[in-house]
Design a protein around this ligand. Structure first.
Ligand code: NAP
Ligand code: ZN
Length: 352
């Protein structure tokens, strides 16, 4: 065991602050990574503030962060995919049972015994796992991803969660080329959703609460923008969408978005608001519409997504911040004031 610097919160109402946490010595299957950048996902904030207490109660202290890129410093003797000096990424998962049907189908995210990167059961050291707001991390090589060398690292970190979470449902939905695809919420996930939908050849429409994001939405690849508070714009697009990816982090009227779907259209929820959404049966019955959900993606698909981003030169638009600004960044997230992902420069942790 060795100690590293990190940022942690000790309760749902405490700010994140400097802390020291333990990491295990790499076992033969492990990769040790010096973390260079870590994205700030809204899930970090939900978890730090224990907003998902009903489903995944937070164990304190919590060290969030599951959008990790860095450089390999050491590997165990049985590791074959990585060597010291390689770029490496870690997303939301650090372990699973490898034997259940989900793992065998490369969907480790649905494994009943999966271990999340933070606030998961730490099988090695006991207690809970600690995430990427830290100097380094030690992870089983199966859960470590290769990073394309041509991409800017600060913008790569968010691909490990925001990227795969938006890529996977669009791939699952089938060929969206030429389809009318909506992205609800233009934050970290939403802006990646726009980039992927555009790359897959869809007609992309951003549905936003922020009229000041219109120009950015078009620059990011949207063909059209709807401001959801403008009833006339919502009415004009009613019944016309094939697919909508809902990335909204807060309570919202899902029926207003369901009414935008055409016959057999689907809304896939990736946003995970604290409180349940109220669904009108009629919004689903008319047009045989469906509402479903999607959780990150498996390791194989995450690597596929990263390779796709390498080929198509796709990264997140990031605002790079030092770790000392993390609490301010959380407040800005709550105001939908992020363009479009905060990426923490982990070198700042050294100066703490
Ligand atoms: P984010 O950067 O804060 O973006 C969320 C966006 O939602 C905001 O920028 C805003 O966009 C919109 N929004 C906020 N409040 C709203 C409201 N009251 N009504 C309508 N729209 C509202 O968050 P994120 O990191 O992208 O995460 C989004 C959600 O996905 C979070 O709940 C997160 O926990 C969840 N998540 C799920 C998975 C998964 O595997 N399913 C993975 C990662 C994250 P506009 O300004 O454009 O309206
Ligand atoms: Zn996330």
């Amino acid at each position: 065991m060795f100690n590293v610097k990190a940022y942690s919160a000790v309760s749902a109402t405490s700010p994140l602050a400097s802390a020291i946490i333990p990491r295990r010595e790499p076992t033969e299957r492990d990769v040790q990574i010096e973390i260079l950048y870590c994205g700030i996902c809204h899930s970090d904030l939900h978890s730090v503030r224990n907003e998902w207490s009903q489903v995944m109660p937070t164990v304190y202290p919590i060290v969030p962060g599951h959008e990790i890129v860095g450089r390999v410093t050491q590997v165990g003797s049985a590791v074959t995919k990585f060597k010291a000096g390689d770029l490496a990424g870690v997303g939301c998962l650090v372990d699973s049972d490898h034997t259940c049907p989900n793992c065998q189908d490369d969907m480790e995210q649905f494994c009943p015994n999966q271990t999340f990167t933070f606030n998961g059961v730490d099988k090695h050291l006991g207690g809970v796992t600690y995430g990427g707001y830290s100097e380094s991390i030690v992870v089983d090589e199966h859960f470590v991803l290769h990073i394309p060398e041509n991409l800017k690292l600060a913008g790569v970190a968010p691909l490990l969660c925001a990227g795969i979470t938006t890529y996977s449902p669009m791939r699952h939905w089938g060929d969206i080329k030429g389809k009318k695809v909506g992205v609800a919420g233009l934050g970290g996930l939403g802006h990646m959703g726009v980039k992927f939908a555009r790359a897959f050849g869809a007609h992309v429409v951003v549905i936003t609460t922020s009229s000041n994001k219109k120009e950015d939405a078009l620059r990011l690849g949207a063909d059209e923008v709807i401001v959801s508070s403008h009833a006339d714009e919502m009415q004009q697009h009613a019944g016309s969408f094939d697919f909508i990816l809902d990335t909204i982090a807060a309570e919202h009227d899902i029926n207003a978005y369901l009414n935008l779907l055409g016959r057999e259209g689907n809304i896939t929820l990736v946003g995970a608001p604290e409180k349940p959404l109220e669904v009108s049966a009629f919004a689903l019955l008319f047009g045989r519409r469906s509402l479903s959900g999607s959780l990150i993606g498996g390791l194989k698909e995450t690597q596929e997504m990263l390779d796709f981003c390498g080929t198509h030169n796709i990264t997140a638009d990031v605002e790079i911040i030092p770790i000392q600004k993390v609490n301010e960044a959380y407040e800005r997230l709550l105001k939908s004031d992020v363009k479009y992902r905060f990426s923490i420069d982990m070198a700042s942790l050294k100066t703490n």
